[in-house]
Write a protein that binds this ligand. Structure first.
Ligand code: DAH
Length: 333
């Protein structure tokens, strides 16, 4: 039978042995083996606990404390190691990592197709003198609708189309919501050439061409003597730079609450007309809401979906691909 002093020394040694075994464990399985070896029913440290009965009464508290400390610190070290193993994710490789193996090339990040489409449109427009700013996605109903001459009977205000929250805010349903904010931000002082882009939200059923999130770009140009001809020439410059010199555009009369006259613009693409954007002359009410005198200034505006542009450019046939962030899909662009 060992003396208490000897036992105490053995416990300390066992604790150290456990610590180095834990440090050396390279997988959850190995770590579990270590735990069983030291803390299992027949474990090294557990066995010392069982010897407590044989220790003289007056030495019991000191001895118990030493065993307990060894047990506690071993348990703590195991937990810590578990977390480290879980975090590294590489440690399940049997036998550890062979550092002499050739390296694995890290995946190179790529820009998302929508981001690529956006950057292209944006840089063309910046080249034409437009400024870019970001605006809120979580927007006041006023900026998304009311200020844009969208009366509350308008179908786009139907709660089925919009994500409303309780306090007079919506997730913006179009980037057109930036117009009044932009005019005010720039001190309501034309000339103003400005754009924004980003996520918009509508309560659409998901299918190959609809998703409750989509991306738009919106543009305004306000100055003296701005006419529909300026809108047309701007669109021709933008769209030929984007799609090539030989494109054909079609302007269809249309309706938007915030423009008059309004048009939808289609592009002839592989023998078919594709709807590309909405455009028009800014209504006097809208200019006035932005603090600009419509008798002195006019403005044109247009808004375009970026998703469709990206889809056409990269021959993507399902909008869901753009939002599911699958690496295999995204790494193709
Ligand atoms: N906001 C419209 C939409 O969501 C698109 C649009 C039409 C934007 C005409 C404009 C515009 O700026 O002038 O479909």
């Amino acid at each position: 039978m060992s003396t208490t002093a000897e036992l105490t020394q053995q416990i300390a040694a066992a604790g150290e042995e456990a610590a180095s075994a834990i440090a050396g464990a390279e997988s959850m399985e190995q770590l579990e083996q270590v735990r069983i070896r030291f803390l299992g029913k027949e474990g090294v440290i557990t066995k010392f606990m069982k010897q407590l009965g044989a220790v003289p009464k007056e030495e019991k508290p000191a001895f118990g404390a030493v065993v307990n400390a060894a047990k506690k610190s071993t348990e703590a070290a195991i937990e810590e190691k578990k977390a480290a193993l879980a975090a590294s994710g590489k440690v399940q490789v049997a036998g550890g990592i062979d550092v002499t193996m050739p390296g694995i090339r890290n995946g190179v990040g790529r820009r998302h197709p929508i981001q690529q489409a956006l950057e292209q449109v944006k840089s063309i427009l910046i080249g034409m003198g437009f400024r870019y700013d970001d605006y809120p996605e979580y927007e006041e109903e006023y900026y998304n609708f009311d200020s844009l001459n969208t009366p509350d009977w308008h179908p786009s205000r139907d709660s089925h189309d919009s994500f409303y929250t309780k306090d007079g805010h919506v997730l913006r349903t179009h980037t057109t919501a930036f117009q009044i904010r932009c005019m005010k931000m720039l001190g309501s002082k034309p000339p103003i050439r400005a754009m924004t882009a980003g996520r918009c939200y509508r309560r659409d059923e998901i299918d190959a061409t609809h998703y409750p999130i989509f991306n738009q770009i919106d543009v305004i140009c306000i100055d003296r003597n701005v006419s529909f001809a300026d809108l047309k020439s701007t669109l021709y410059s933008l769209l030929t730079a984007l799609l090539g010199d030989d494109i054909k555009l079609r302007f269809r009369p249309s309706y938007f609450p915030f423009t008059t006259p309004s048009a939808e613009v289609d592009v002839l693409w592989r023998g078919r007309w594709m709807e590309l954007l909405g455009a028009g002359m800014m209504r006097p009410e809208v200019l006035r809401n932005g603090g600009i005198d419509p008798d002195e200034y006019q403005g044109f505006a247009f808004g375009m979906g970026l998703d469709r542009l990206a889809m056409r450019r990269f021959a993507i046939d399902d909008i869901r691909h753009l939002y599911e962030n699958e690496e295999q899909f995204l790494s193709q662009f």
